[in-house]
Write a protein that binds this ligand. Structure first.
Ligand code: G3I
Length: 382
């Protein structure tokens, strides 16, 4: 069965490479990857089935349409480093091999994050926080081992993820409780030492809110003032039909670019479902109960909603192309609607439509729009 799948995947990939029609309804002369080449990296978060070949259809479309990948889960510490003296590189090796085989700009995600954190990382055998010295050593070993293993192949790392609250204060994570704000420069320094050529990023959600935006900018400036390498600021952009507004996104793009960093849209998706709370806060801690009312499109998406979604997506992509001098990459958080985490967050078991490809792996209208708009743009990087 696996051989048949691989065989089908190869046929599909060759077909796609020759015709550029993967996942597009109409015959297109090009793919997003082709037309955006040299302008903005176009990325996709991938799951293990896409990189190990189980999802051969998805895997072929990603290879045709995207030129950058981010691992959705397989490099988070609970997966890659589940015990202090045990790493599990099976999925991450397959991820990096997949990226290398398809000429991708490969992202590592994420070295330091309070969530999906390996349970041993910050505590001793009695569950008490370890000392600052012990945590420094653990951080160094973790980062050195993982960044070192993929040196020269992973080109950019989300070094620290979500260190701030929406009000701009530091999140009271274990890393912060034990090391204070110094955990951030330490993580960047260890990553740089492990691969001096890799790009290093700070990544967060709700980056349009002024308080978080200003705190991130001040943290970045402090790193730079100390001569610590940081190349990029990632705006996750888990969006809804209401939030964030375009002018706020533009303001943040300009503000982040003013630090001299590249700006990246790192985890883009846009839910059509009712949101139980305002804003774009992607904290996985926020959960609400399922009712039928909260899942209005379980049998299909009305044309009017689909049209509005494609229009809003197009407005965002036009904005990103307008700022392509400072935006180095736009990464979608998943390939097809059925793959998306948004079907299960903040309410489990709903049917959402947040990505560029539908549940049959057909491209939505936005893909053709991106292709035609990208063809018109010429980009000079700042
Ligand atoms: O692997 C287990 C599996 O063994 C178990 O049977 C299954 C049962 O629920 O759960 C599986 O784990 C799930 C994991 O994804 C892998 O699929 C977790 O429940 C689920 O909570 C987890 O969700 C991920 C989430 O991060 C957790 O923090 C999403 O897939 C992933 O898209 C999401 O990504 C994050 C970014 O890394 C950082 N920014 C926010 C973004 C959304 O939360």
């Amino acid at each position: 069965m696996k051989y048949i799948q691989s065989y089908l995947a190869i046929i599909l990939f060759v077909f796609v490479s020759c015709t550029g029609t993967a996942g597009t309804k109409k015959t297109e002369a090009s793919t997003m990857r082709q037309v955006l080449n040299g302008k903005i990296l176009i990325g996709c978060a991938v799951n293990v089935n896409q990189t190990n070949g189980e999802d051969s259809v998805g895997s072929a479309i990603i290879a045709a349409q995207y030129n950058s990948i981010t691992p959705e889960n397989c490099m988070k510490s609970e997966v890659i480093h589940p015990e202090e003296n045990r790493y599990d590189f099976i999925a991450s090796d397959a991820y990096v091999d997949y990226g290398m085989n398809h000429g991708m700009f490969i992202i590592g995600h994420c070295l330091v994050w309070h969530s999906q954190l390996a349970p041993w990382f910050c505590v001793d055998k009695d569950g008490k926080n370890v000392s600052p010295e012990v945590l420094k050593q653990r951080l160094k070993t973790h980062i050195e081992t993982i960044v070192g293993r993929y040196k020269g192949r992973i080109k950019g790392w989300d070094v620290v993820n979500e260190a701030f609250n929406d009000d701009g204060t530091y999140r009271q994570s274990k890393f912060y409780q034990i090391l204070g704000e110094e955990f951030i420069p330490l993580a960047f320094q260890y990553a740089h030492e492990a691969d001096p050529d890799a790009e290093l990023y700070y990544n967060d959600y709700s980056m349009v809110g002024a308080q978080k935006r200003d705190s991130v900018i001040s943290m970045v400036r402090k790193l730079k003032a100390r001569g610590i390498r940081i190349d990029g600021i990632g705006m996750q952009m888990h969006s809804t039909m209401e939030d964030p507004n375009l002018s706020g996104v533009e303001k943040s793009i300009e503000a982040f670019a003013s630090t001299g960093c590249k700006v990246m849209i790192t985890e883009f998706d846009m839910s059509v479902l009712p949101n139980p709370f305002a804003g774009t806060n992607a904290s996985v801690a926020n959960r609400f109960a399922y009712t039928e009312k909260t899942d209005p499109f379980s049998k299909g998406l009305p044309d009017s909603v689909s049209t509005a979604w494609n229009k809003r997506m197009n407005d965002f992509f036009l904005l990103f192309l307008k700022h392509a001098d400072v935006i180095s990459r736009v990464t979608m958080w998943g390939l097809a609607d059925s793959d998306s985490w948004r079907n299960d967050w903040p309410i489990r078991g709903r049917t959402d439509y947040p990505l560029l490809f539908d549940r049959s792996h057909q491209s939505k209208a936005i893909v053709d729009s991106i292709i035609s708009e990208a063809k018109k743009v010429s980009v000079v990087k700042r």
